[in-house]
Design a protein around this ligand. Structure first.
Ligand SMILES: *[C@@H]1O[C@H](CO)[C@@H](O)[C@H](O)[C@H]1NC(C)=O
Ligand SMILES: *[C@@H]1O[C@H](CO)[C@@H](O)[C@H](O)[C@H]1NC(C)=O
Ligand SMILES: *[C@@H]1O[C@H](CO)[C@@H](O)[C@H](O)[C@H]1NC(C)=O
Ligand SMILES: *[C@@H]1O[C@H](CO)[C@@H](O)[C@H](O)[C@H]1NC(C)=O
Ligand SMILES: *[C@@H]1O[C@H](CO)[C@@H](O)[C@H](O)[C@H]1NC(C)=O
Ligand SMILES: *[C@@H]1O[C@H](CO)[C@@H](O)[C@H](O)[C@H]1NC(C)=O
Length: 288
């Protein structure tokens, strides 16, 4: 058996050196200059090609995007309801005789309703015809922008407008809650018939809610506020509101309230989506 050939350190270094630069064949790392050149050329073309392909694909995709309306919004076909004042865990709790416990609600409502002042609405928006959709469609490629919006005056909220009763009823234990229908671009709620909102105590709590009053009366969401065309085109859009005044509600106990919107294309009892067309909140009024 032949003894195993053992390379010396010098030999190994020598081989490495030759691999890096072989002066006999003129090869650098096993390839000649022209071979390296071809590789470089190949990759250059390859990457230029990839970049071009990517750019072309992006361009084609961007052509199909309309900057005013989202392409895909089928995920939310049923608008939800939300309340104001916005509260932690949808719980409105306060002590009538302790101003500090409800002042934050009043401050929030004041701020929320500022843009609904008549002066603001008169300067920004139009007086529209009630009972019909305020359609401002584009005709073909002629964009009908910007879209005008309809006035929703704060005075429509009556006792819940905060104009006469500066505490929105919180100071006397008859609180107002504002309700809004979340916006969906292009959606026509009610399919031509005015949708409305109705609130009440949930299940056994229904007997804790003795008297409710809605503003505007009949709790309707007028059709003239629809459709909504999106933030970009509908710049001064003012969302219609419904105010509910709890005129006589059981005190010193949690009252589970639920409000629902009613209209032919509005869902409000979906087991999988507890926010579609409805909102549930807890009202707890403390008195002494
Ligand atoms: C409500 O506030 C008043 C005055 O601060 C206080 O005396 C009373 O104990 C409070 N009631 C409750 C139920 O917390
Ligand atoms: C809206 O009206 C209220 C009550 O009159 C007033 O306090 C508030 O400053 C007004 N806000 C704007 C933005 O005009
Ligand atoms: C809102 O108020 C303005 C100014 O007072 C009035 O001209 C307009 O008719 C009101 N709009 C609605 C929808 O009530
Ligand atoms: C939006 O409101 C401003 C005044 O605040 C007004 O100058 C502008 O024309 C309005 N734009 C539209 C599209 O209604
Ligand atoms: C409220 O509804 C009743 C019954 O449908 C109707 O007679 C009345 O005119 C409505 N009121 C308003 C302000 O729309
Ligand atoms: C509130 O409703 C209850 C039950 O219907 C009634 O007994 C009570 O008198 C009402 N309170 C007021 C102030 O209307």
């Amino acid at each position: 058996m032949a003894p195993k050939e053992k390379k010396s350190c010098g030999q190994i270094l020598g081989e490495w050196g030759e691999f890096l630069w072989n002066s006999r064949t003129g090869e650098f790392m096993g390839r000649t200059g022209s071979s390296w050149g071809l590789i470089l050329l190949f990759y250059t073309f390859f990457y230029v090609f990839l970049t071009g392909l990517f750019t072309l694909t992006m361009w084609v995709l961007l052509q199909t995007i309309n900057e005013y309306t989202p392409k895909y919004q089928d995920r939310i076909v049923h608008p939800g309801l939300m309340i104001r004042p916005r509260t932690e865990g949808l719980t409105v709790t306060f002590n009538v005789s302790d101003r500090a416990s409800w002042q934050s609600y009043v401050t929030a409502l004041n701020a929320y309703l500022d843009p609904y002042n008549e002066s603001v609405q008169a300067s920004k928006n139009d007086v529209c015809r009630p009972g019909v959709y305020h359609l401002q469609e584009d005709s073909g490629n002629v964009r009908n922008t910007p879209k005008r919006s309809c006035q929703f005056n704060r005075t429509l909220l009556g006792e819940c407008s905060g104009l006469e009763d500066r505490t929105y009823g919180y100071g006397e234990g008859r609180p107002c809650i504002l309700i809004k229908l979340n916006r969906i671009i292009g959606f026509l709620p009610g399919e031509g018939k005015t949708p409305f909102i109705s609130c009440g105590g949930k299940a056994s709590d229904s007997e804790k809610v003795h008297e409710l009053q809605y503003f505007p009366p009949n709790a309707t969401l007028d059709l003239m506020y629809y459709p909504y065309y999106g933030r970009q085109s509908h710049v001064n859009y003012t969302q219609p509101l419904i105010a509910v005044k709890f005129r006589n509600v059981s005190t010193n106990t949690d009252v589970n309230v639920e409000c629902k919107v009613y209209g032919s294309n509005l869902k409000n009892n979906d087991d999988r989506d507890k926010f579609a067309g409805r909102v549930a909140f807890i009202l707890h009024v403390k008195t002494t």
